[in-house]
Ligand binder design. Structure first.
Ligand SMILES: [Zn+2]
Length: 267
């Protein structure tokens, strides 16, 4: 069985061997066997993290990575988007991201976030790469979703491929992005008590639009909350998605791995 964590972060300060060892140990503890394979995509959320993502991808079997600027870093990143092109042309770089809009933590930098996002969306079309999008709003306000959906409509309309990762919006917003052709990513939030909306969305995503992700080291799933998360915990999230969709974990692992491999242009 192949498991594919479509989205995790490798901290530039972290020790590569230590992170790999923790991933393998957690994968075994979560039920992964010696015959199972764990594929991963490491995310770039700024220049330093994009370099770290590349380093990880080059060190992991069939590893892929993305390069871009996270909305939380948009106002402070000193390297310009144009300078990311050399990273985007690395053979293991298969996506632009993590990009997006965060009006929850970073409400004061909306203009800069939108500028950075639009610049990278244009570069993604030029470089023929899919994009990984982060979208977060203040509770019960959906301006970030409205702004994002205008940009994704234009992007997918121009032939671009996108995933709205760690989707925590409502079912109607999920339907909006799905109608545009976007994929949706489901993280360990799906195991949290209060996340009924995320379970509703996880139940309705069509099979060919569903990605599974840990977003580690953030968002450790129940029963590991409070610990540092790792890509090795992916089977826990897969089992929860399977339970919600009244499906088997093997089938969810299979479809999410197939979707991630297609999204990242792998065979
Ligand atoms: Zn992330």
């Amino acid at each position: 069985m192949i498991y594919f964590d479509s989205h995790f972060h490798f901290d530039p300060e972290d020790d590569l061997n230590g992170v790999q060892t923790r991933m393998r140990e957690a994968f075994a503890a979560a039920g992964g066997t010696a015959e199972d394979e764990l594929l991963v995509a490491s995310m770039g959320g700024g220049w330093q993290e994009s370099l770290a993502a590349r380093k990880f991808a080059h060190a992991w079997p069939n590893g892929v990575f993305s390069a871009g600027i996270h909305p939380g870093a948009a106002a402070k990143e000193t390297v310009s988007p144009e300078e990311f092109r050399e990273l985007l042309r690395d053979p293991a770089c298969r996506a632009v991201g993590e990009l997006g809009l965060d009006y929850f933590y970073q409400d004061g930098t909306r203009t800069r976030q939108l500028e950075v996002l639009e610049t990278f969306l244009g570069m993604a079309l030029e470089e023929k790469l899919p994009v990984i999008l982060h979208c977060r709003d203040q509770e019960n306000r959906f301006q970030a979703y409205e702004d994002m959906s205008c940009l994704t409509a234009a992007f997918t309309g121009a032939g671009g491929k996108a995933v709205v990762h760690c989707f925590t919006g409502t079912v109607p917003w999920a339907e909006c992005f799905l109608a545009q052709g976007c994929l949706l990513g489901v993280t360990g939030i799906v195991t949290f008590n209060r996340a009924e909306n995320v379970r509703q969305v996880a139940a309705m995503i069509p099979e060919d639009k569903l990605l599974a992700e840990t977003d580690s080291p953030y968002l450790a799933p129940v029963p590991l909350r409070g610990q540092a998360n790792t890509a090795g915990n992916l089977p826990i999230i897969i089992r929860k998605i399977a339970q919600i969709r009244q499906d088997t974990p093997d089938h969810i692992a299979e479809i999410t791995a197939r979707n991630a491999a297609r999204f990242y242009g792998m065979n």
